[in-house]
Design a protein around this ligand. Structure first.
Ligand SMILES: [Zn+2]
Length: 357
């Protein structure tokens, strides 16, 4: 579905470009259309956001969204009002998406923490082109998602008079983008274990890496858990010691259960739990009943994960899970559970730095 729709729209925008160029509209520079290069127009359809978001940005670039100013310019008579978000007298597209005080709060409170005035750019289309051509891909995706949710908010206020706070609009956009990306086929699967490297989570999400370890002679197990944000920065870590552990798989499922509880402790917001115990992760992901000796632990993991919104579990090669692995080895030597909230444990600092490069 997603492969056909953007292509159709892309063809439409191409024909529109040709039509306006031949009609002499847009700009005299044949490489630009509405101040945006043809290269940037085609980039728009490659951005990984829902098709409805791409269509909105396409309409923004063409300045064809039905703002009140545009309705007035089309001959709609009478008092049709101004900006519903702040009460300003004129509601232009430039105002809604850039100048409105409500919008400014959205840009500031988003993980982008930006203001469009920070940019060395001339106008709305210039800003969008800058993001399409030179911006980091994950930031451009969130920017577009925020714009879509902002326009959606504006329409909700127009039609129902219900309002959300700027933070709610931001949270909604981050959540929708996370859900959309979660259901996309993974393209960046490493070709081999040797190529595997820890990857940052999407903007606004937290990635929790987990690993289990076993000391066979003593039956002691360890669980290593580390949370990092989309910039690769340390958020929190935990090392749990387990007793009476019977097998490596037992240690892995205990560690995974501890990671799910840890995710709960971190509060709301999108999270990805990542571990290298493929069999354990597969068993937790499947709906089939497990009949092994560890079935009660697997059932508990499934139940706990079902209670969490926006938390997913995925497999990663051991080579991309080194911090959690080292914490799990450390955990075996501890008298109990240890947590770190501000600074990471010294024992993993070197691997943390390597991962973030
Ligand atoms: Zn306004």
């Amino acid at each position: 579905m997603y492969s056909i729709y953007p292509k159709k729209i892309s063809q439409l925008s191409y024909h529109l470009i040709k039509f306006f160029e031949e009609a002499g509209e847009g700009t005299s520079d044949r490489t630009l259309f509405y101040g945006v290069s043809t290269h940037a127009w085609s980039r728009l359809w490659q951005i990984c956001v829902p098709p409805k978001v791409k269509v909105l940005i396409w309409r923004v670039l063409l300045n064809i969204l039905p703002t009140r100013e545009r309705l007035r310019s089309k001959g709609i008579q009478g008092d049709i009002g101004g900006c519903v978000l702040c009460g300003a007298r004129e509601e232009t597209l430039h105002h809604v998406l850039l100048e409105c005080p409500f919008t400014a709060l959205i840009w500031q409170n988003s993980p982008l923490q930006t203001e469009w005035r920070d940019r060395d750019t001339r106008d709305l289309n210039g800003w969008l082109e800058q993001n399409l051509m030179g911006g980091e891909r994950h930031k451009t995706e969130l920017l577009f998602m925020l714009m879509w949710n902002l326009w959606n908010e504006r329409n909700t206020v127009v039609w129902t008079a219900k309002r959300r706070s700027p933070c709610e609009v931001v949270d909604g956009a981050v959540r929708l983008l996370h859900e959309f990306k979660e259901h996309q086929p993974t393209k960046l699967v490493p070709l081999s274990r040797a190529q595997a490297k820890w990857q940052k989570p999407p903007l606004g999400a937290i990635k929790i890496n987990v690993d289990g370890a076993l000391h066979v002679q003593t039956g002691s197990g360890g669980g290593g858990i580390i949370a990092r944000d989309s910039a690769g920065c340390f958020v929190a870590a935990r090392a749990c010691r387990f007793t009476h552990v019977s097998s490596p798989e037992h240690a892995e499922v205990l560690a995974l259960r501890a990671a799910i509880l840890f995710s709960q402790d971190l509060g709301p917001g999108p999270k990805i739990i990542e571990g290298d115990a493929q069999g354990v992760i597969r068993t937790v992901q499947t709906t089939l009943e497990d009949r092994s000796l560890l079935s009660f632990l697997f059932s508990d993991c499934k139940f706990l994960i079902s209670q969490l919104e926006n938390t997913s579990i995925q497999f990663v090669f051991r080579e991309a899970n080194r911090v959690a692995h080292r914490l799990a080895r450390l955990a075996i030597t501890l008298p109990g559970t240890l947590s770190w909230l501000q600074d990471p444990p010294d024992a993993v600092c070197d691997v943390l730095v390597e991962d973030s490069l």
